[in-house]
Design a protein around this ligand. Structure first.
Ligand code: ASP
Length: 360
């Protein structure tokens, strides 16, 4: 199923050269933001945030305003017709007729793709449940380019809630496409990286290992990417409490790290990095959030000039087969096609909205 507009649902829908160009443009903007102040004069960006956000929403809004454009939208669906039961389809149809570009965040996986199916303008995925967060990845790539001077040949530790953290899913998918990157996943057995992401890493020719403690990994990392335990994605409070506070990066642990290792975090931080790490020159998380504005300026400009149509669904509907993930958009909005990719093995299907696997 094709859309007449370019969309950014998953970075891997575009070639590596495309994202590198966005990141390079982000760096040029960082060095001279005033030169880009009128790039989006007269354009309107809509931000539809169905889930809380500070950095992503405000950095997108700042980006559009700094480009000369204007913004509309909501950050509390309770104040919109969503509260009256309006579907993503209808909200998107209308809002995309008011705006030139639409940015959506939603608590359910696959929601951005669902929005793109009906939108009459480009759609950007600003986070869909525990699935993907491609614009955080662009922010992370710009941070690596500036602070590590490279995007390849890195050993990257990812620590915390790797099963529910959409930022690390998108980042692994991107960094494993670049040469010679290695991953060290630091988590409890319950919060390990999903199997489908590990398979993508292997298919891209990168390697990973899984360890239980920060101490056993920190000394060999070039980058430590900390993440928050995603309380809102746990089935119960007890399940969350069992994971909370397992990983805390503090000054003592930083003593075991390389002198040039950088610490990244998509933020918000809860308690996984103690505040005394903030003064360490290797702590890069606040700088990383600042870079998010420049790369989003670059992305908005790129999407508004991109001519490419997007092929949103390439798979098939298999009779009455439904996605087994209760947090997939196809189980929330009935009109959506239950479309699956088949990965060679005809009995293993992958949902085209949330990537959940299903045996038939
Ligand atoms: N801000 C990031 C996100 O929206 C990370 C987080 O919430 O933990 O995914």
């Amino acid at each position: 199923m094709n859309s007449a507009f370019p969309h950014l649902i998953d970075l891997n829908d575009y070639p590596v050269a495309w994202w590198k160009k966005v990141v390079e443009l982000g760096e040029r903007i960082k060095n001279d933001p005033a030169a880009f102040a009128h790039e989006c004069d007269g354009k309107i960006m809509a931000t539809l945030f169905y889930e809380p956000s500070t950095r992503t929403q405000m950095s997108f809004q700042t980006a559009m305003i700094r480009l000369g454009g204007q913004i509309i939208g909501f950050d509390n669906p309770a104040n919109s017709s969503v509260a009256k039961g309006e579907t993503i389809k209808d909200t998107t149809k209308i809002v995309s007729s008011y705006s030139d570009i639409l940015v959506i965040r939603h608590p359910v996986a696959g929601a951005a793709k669902a929005a793109a199916l009906t939108a009459d303008c480009p759609v950007i995925n600003a986070g869909d449940g525990g699935h993907l967060h491609p614009t955080q990845t662009l922010t992370d790539l710009l941070t690596l380019k500036i602070e590590k001077k490279k995007l390849s040949g890195l050993t990257i530790g990812m620590c915390g809630d790797l099963i529910n953290g959409r930022t690390v899913h998108s980042l692994c998918k991107a960094l494993s496409m670049l040469e010679d990157n290695k991953f060290v996943f630091i988590s409890t057995p319950e919060l390990r990286m999903p199997a489908y992401i590990k398979d993508i890493i292997k298919a891209n020719g990168s390697s990973f290992e899984e360890v239980d403690t920060l101490e056993e990994a920190i000394g060999r990392l070039d980058v430590l990417y900390m993440t928050r335990i995603q309380q809102e994605r746990f089935a119960s409070e007890a399940d969350y409490l069992a994971q909370k506070n397992t990983y805390v990066l503090d000054r003592a642990k930083m003593l075991g790290a390389k002198k040039d290792m950088i610490v990244m975090h998509p933020l918000p931080r809860v308690d996984e990095i103690t505040v005394d790490v903030d003064d360490d020159e290797r702590a890069m998380y606040f700088t990383q959030a600042k870079y998010g504005v420049f790369v989003r300026m670059a992305l908005i400009m790129t999407m508004l000039s991109e001519k490419k149509q997007t092929e949103l669904l390439k798979g098939k509907v298999y009779g009455g087969v439904r996605c087994g993930n209760p947090r997939c958009i196809t189980n929330h909005e009935e009109y959506l096609p239950k479309s699956f990719r088949s990965s060679g093995d005809q009995t293993l299907l992958e949902c085209e909205f949330c990537d959940e696997r299903k045996l038939i």
